[in-house]
Design a protein around this ligand. Structure first.
Ligand code: UD1
Ligand code: CA
Length: 459
């Protein structure tokens, strides 16, 4: 059975933060997740993750999705794979893919094509390699004839070998049973005193087994991050690759400054994404929308022709033709129906806003079911929380809510209810009624003139 072992024991000291290196994020996802998804995309779903530094952080992240084993001492890549021996023994007869958890750009196609080569040639080991401009730091692929003879690490290489530009990506396919055999023969005889997994190539050749390299069409498969600068470079490369994909699909960008789009985001053609906009998670955006400047859209479904300007929206659905912004917060669980207009300084949380409703300014709508063509006056507040429980407000179609109305939940306004400005609603209002809660205004003529005189005398 084909399976994969992902090496994720590293600390990443040069990152200067106490989290395991594979947990550093590229486009909002841990590098480890990129590697896992590359496996899943190639239909490799039997995974074993080797953890080491702060293993609990990785285990918590995996949340039981895949098996993990701890490498309690960091004695090299070969030693890391040794921790997965029981996992591999249970999968005898198959092929094992070994991957680095901190090289996020390994892709499903490379994994799949390398496996095809591995199987069709009957290889014992197939090393995934790439030819790169600057091979510094990587293991070099030493070739003889049309095969490879060994992998030599930078620190062990002679000057001539250091000139080689074909490098080891750190990803390989092995026959599982052969790998189990080679692991038992690794030694620590090298400049770093580590068990090098790369020595298995040499061991295999010595036993007369077939070894070959699969040169990846995508040289980025080798890229990893050793420090913050490297991580930024990975993010920049990934960010631009995603934007290019959307450009090809007919999405418009006049300026990509500050634009960060997650890999799984879907955008239809004719939509424009403006500067400072971050689109995250499984967000889906329809046709002919205008998103930005300066929006954060996280796991939302946005239908056609929507316009969002300075909006932060999370886990919500926004139907066609809605206009929102500027400075609006749409919190999880909201459903904004078509034709709605939402203006400045409005917060919507866990609420449905019916078709054609207007919430123009300075309003909080939380835990509410709002009907069609409702008009919210400035400063309306749904008072949904009494400090202990959260309750809902129901607002019928065609209601007209006066400025500064408080709706003390749970409460229901019927159809076409009017509330007078400044009213605090504490009980249900029937259809077609006006609710008014207002003290009598007393006018004291000339009062301020007397005050004004006193003030002027003081000056
Ligand atoms: C390794 C390869 C090198 C290759 C490079 C690609 C060896 C000896 N060298 O070198 O040929 O070009 O990867 O990036 O294999 N890890 C553990 N436990 C350990 C050691 C490492 O889990 O004891 C993990 C790391 O977290 C990392 C991966 O294995 O995810 C690679 O380890 P790293 O130390 O970065 O190997 P390199 O020296 O870069
Ligand atoms: Ca490395």
């Amino acid at each position: 059975m084909n399976n994969a072992v992902i090496l994720a024991g590293g600390q990443g000291k040069r990152m200067k933060a106490d989290i395991p290196k594979p947990m550093f994020k590229v486009l909002g996802e841990p590098m480890l997740e990129w590697v896992i998804k590359a496996c899943e995309g190639a239909d490799i779903t039997e995974l074993c993750i080797v953890t080491g530094f702060m293993s609990e952080v990785i285990d918590e992240y995996l949340n039981g999705r895949y098996e993990s084993v701890i490498q309690s001492e960091r004695l090299g890549t070969g030693h890391a794979v040794m921790q997965a021996v029981p996992f591999m023994k249970r999968r005898s007869g198959g092929n094992t893919l070994v991957l680095c958890g901190d090289a996020p750009f390994i892709d499903s196609k490379t994994i799949g094509n390398a496996l095809k080569l591995h199987v069709s040639e009957g290889n014992s080991v197939t090393v995934i390699t790439a030819e790169i401009e600057n091979p510094k730091g990587y293991g070099r692929i030493v070739r003889s004839g049309d095969g490879i003879s060994c992998i030599v690490e930078e620190k062990d290489a002679n000057p001539q070998q250091r000139e080689i530009r074909e490098v080891n990506s750190g990803a390989y396919w092995f026959k599982t049973d052969d790998l189990l055999e080679y692991l038992g023969e690794l030694t620590q005889n090298n400049s770093q005193g580590e068990y090098y997994l790369t020595d298995s190539v040499f061991i295999a050749l010595n036993k007369g087994r077939r070894v070959n390299a699969y040169i990846s069409e995508n040289p980025d498969v080798v890229l990893g991050a050793n420090d913050r600068k490297g991580l930024l470079e990975l993010n920049t490369a990934a960010r631009m690759a995603v934007i290019e994909k959307h450009l090809e699909n007919g999405v418009e960008f006049t300026c990509t400054d500050g634009v960060v789009i997650g890999r799984d985001v879907v955008i239809e053609s004719g939509t424009e994404i403006m500067a400072g906009t971050q689109l995250r998670g499984n967000t889906v955006i329809g046709k002919d929308c205008r998103i930005g400047p300066n929006c954060i859209i996280d796991n939302c479904e946005i239908k056609d022709g929507v316009s969002l300007n300075y909006v932060q929206a999370f886990e919500s659905v926004i139907e066609a033709g809605v206009k929102i912004g500027p400075w609006v917060h749409i919190r999880p669980g909201s459903h904004i129906m078509s034709g709605v207009k939402i203006g400045d300084f409005v917060e919507i949380k866990n609420s449905t806003i019916g078709e054609g409703t207007a919430v123009a300014h300075l309003t909080y709508v939380g835990d509410s079911d709002v009907g069609k063509k409702v008009n919210f006056g400035c400063g309306t507040v749904t008072v949904n929380y009494d400090g202990i429980v959260k309750s809902r407000c129901e607002i019928g179609d065609n209601c007209f809510i006066g400025c500064n109305t408080n709706l003390i939940a749970p409460v229901k306004l019927g159809k076409a209810v009017y509330t007078a400005a400044g009213t605090t609603i504490t009980k249900d209002v029937p259809d077609y009624a006006l609710a008014i809660d207002r003290g009598v205004v007393k006018i004291k003529e000339g009062y301020s003139l007397r005050k004004l005189k006193k003030r002027l005398e003081k000056e």
